[in-house]
Design a protein around this ligand. Structure first.
Ligand code: 0X9
Ligand code: CA
Ligand code: ZN
Length: 402
């Protein structure tokens, strides 16, 4: 049922990057899976586990370490470099048509300025490097704090390298705002709801990914031991640290869960926003895999609302496919190839009782680009997500006070 490929080997291999974040050249290499057991001690950045091979993002140092450990690897950099070059425009140098932190700030403020009765920008907290974490609230009478309407929360970019996960929430927001006057269905939904959109939960990580290291995943926390970064999607409190397979206690790991639940300002900002409101649904965008996931993530067991969550995921998938013909899978997170603990949607559902979904955006696999989406795919991907979000807003309106 689930086609998602895991980034994290089911064997729980520890992955991460050594040293401080700095601009460096990396190769992508693959090794045969049986050799993977020895990887644990080398602390390498494992990109994916696919088709019997483990793919690794390796610095010159890493390659040296692998040679010393007699690990035979194959250079696969060429497979990955082609889409990456095509995906960024030379004009804007780094991030092409994708939003940087500054560009997102500019565009959110512009939406607020052009539609002051519909869109309001909130600063819901500061990142470690003191960037603002922005939320855009969309509603009729947006200036009123307590409207007593259904509420939906849409999050993007917990993970730095997942650039498309900023774009989809942003364009959903823009579409809702600019279509309000002309589209009766959107107007009626927005009149009866408040939609909160946080396109960029991890601004420090995104900037680091843009300027220094494209495949950076975590935030940029200095762990104090020569390693950097906590995985924001392992730092929520529900079943935090449940086991060392769904998250890692090792600071160097790319799924390091942090020293304690909500140790990171990015996850605290989301927590506080949820606690100050009454959301009926939470959506958290990630990529890649093209799949809609619902709790639990920490275990393969179903929740007590499995049928409901499954029906909602199926309804979203059908609406997405209808736009461009792209098929999104759906299923329970922990039932897929790997478990996670401390993620957003387990917390939203487990601690707050809110139906919550992780939407892993395209592509479906690494051969179609993995974390790298072509600029010309941004709008088609955003467009196919709009009907799914309208369905979710409508569901929230119909299921308030349940
Ligand atoms: O590992 C994650 O945090 C998410 N995948 S990603 O490739 N974007 O990093 C998945 C979270 C959903 N939970 C599970 N699949 N268990
Ligand atoms: Ca409203
Ligand atoms: Zn992610």
């Amino acid at each position: 049922m689930l086609l998602a490929f895991s980034l994290w080997s089911a064997a729980g291999i520890i992955s991460g990057r050594t040293g401080s974040p700095a601009a460096r050249k990396h190769a992508i290499v693959s090794i045969e899976k049986p050799a993977a057991a020895v990887l644990k001690s080398l602390c390498l950045d494992i990109l994916m586990d696919w088709n019997g091979k483990i793919y690794i993002v390796a610095s010159a140092d890493d390659l040296k370490k692998m040679k010393e450990a007699n690990i035979r690897y194959r250079d696969e950099t060429a497979i990955f470099s082609a889409p990456e070059k095509g995906a960024v425009s030379l004009q804007t140098l780094r991030n092409g048509a994708f939003h940087s932190y500054g560009e997102l700030e500019r565009d959110l403020l512009a939406l607020e300025r052009s539609h002051p009765h519909l869109a309001k920008v909130y600063d819901i907290g500061d990142s470690l490097e003191m960037r603002n974490i922005y939320a855009l609230k969309i509603s009729d009478n947006v200036q009123f704090e307590e409207e007593g309407e259904a509420q939906v929360l849409i999050l993007g970019c917990h993970h730095a390298r997942e650039w498309i996960s900023v774009e989809v929430p942003y364009y959903v927001a823009e579409h809702l705002v600019v279509s309000y006057d002309s589209d009766a269905r959107i107007r009626s939904l927005i009149d009866r709801s408040e939609v909160w959109i946080v396109p960029l939960v991890n601004p420090d990580g995104l900037e680091y990914s843009i300027h220094f290291y494209r495949y950076w995943r975590k935030n940029t926390r200095n762990n104090g031991d020569g390693t950097y970064g906590v995985d924001p999607n392992r730092n929520y409190s529900y079943q935090w640290g449940h086991d060392d397979e769904g998250s890692s206690p090792n600071t160097i790991s790319d799924v390091y869960r942090g020293p304690e639940p909500f140790s990171e300002p990015e996850t605290r900002a989301v927590r506080d926003l949820v606690e100050q409101n009454d959301f009926q649904v939470v959506i958290s965008y990630h990529n890649y895999s093209q799949v809609i996931l619902y709790p639990w993530g920490y275990t393969a067991d179903p929740t007590n609302k499995d049928a409901l969550l499954r029906n909602m995921a199926a309804a979203m998938a059908a609406r997405m496919e209808a736009v461009n013909g792209r098929v999104y899978g759906y299923g329970r997170s922990g039932n897929a190839l790997y478990v996670t603990n401390g993620d957003t949607v387990d917390w939203a559902f487990g601690a707050k009782g809110i139906p919550a979904f992780t939407i892993e955006l395209p592509p479906v696999d690494q051969l179609l680009g993995a974390f790298i989406n072509a600029e010309e795919d941004i709008l088609p991907i955003a467009r196919e997500n709009i009907p799914a979000m309208l369905y979710i807003i409508n569901w929230a309106v119909n299921n308030r006070n349940q």
